[in-house]
Ligand binder design. Structure first.
Ligand code: FAD
Length: 86
């Protein structure tokens, strides 16, 4: 029996879809597992720019990861604000 495939790979463009407008990260094979740690590091001379989003959490790609990252980033902001007030 032979199976005819119309395509061998499908590349979705969710970000261009009117009713989706977003996506999620998919690390390539061989991506350094420390990448998430780097993405969630505060940025800037004073370390006062903070990042949230599913890509900053392992495992990412879900709404749960996005929410967890927001809670973590809020905690980083709170620690930063408390450190500059004393
Ligand atoms: C088709 C599809 C189905 C999914 N199904 C599920 C599921 O069943 N369960 C699940 O848990 N997860 C699912 N996900 C994954 C989930 O939606 C994402 O992991 C989650 O939304 C990521 O949240 P986020 O806040 O990190 O990023 P996003 O939700 O992508 O938010 C990023 C926001 O930043 C905005 N933005 C981008 N660039 C700029 C800029 N330069 N300036 C200002 N704003 C900007 C974007 O418009 C967007 O609103 C699905 C995703 C897709 C695409």
């Amino acid at each position: 029996m032979s199976v005819h495939l119309e395509w061998s790979a499908y590349r979705a463009k969710h970000c261009r879809s009117l009713f989706i407008g977003g996506g999620y990260s998919s690390p390539k094979c061989g991506t350094n597992v420390d990448l998430c740690d780097q993405l969630r590091e505060p940025y800037g001379e004073r370390g006062h720019i903070f990042f949230a989003g599913e890509a900053t959490t392992l495992p990412g790609a879900t709404a749960h990861a996005a929410m967890a990252s927001g809670i973590r980033a809020a905690s980083q902001v709170a620690s930063y604000l408390s450190s500059i007030q004393h």
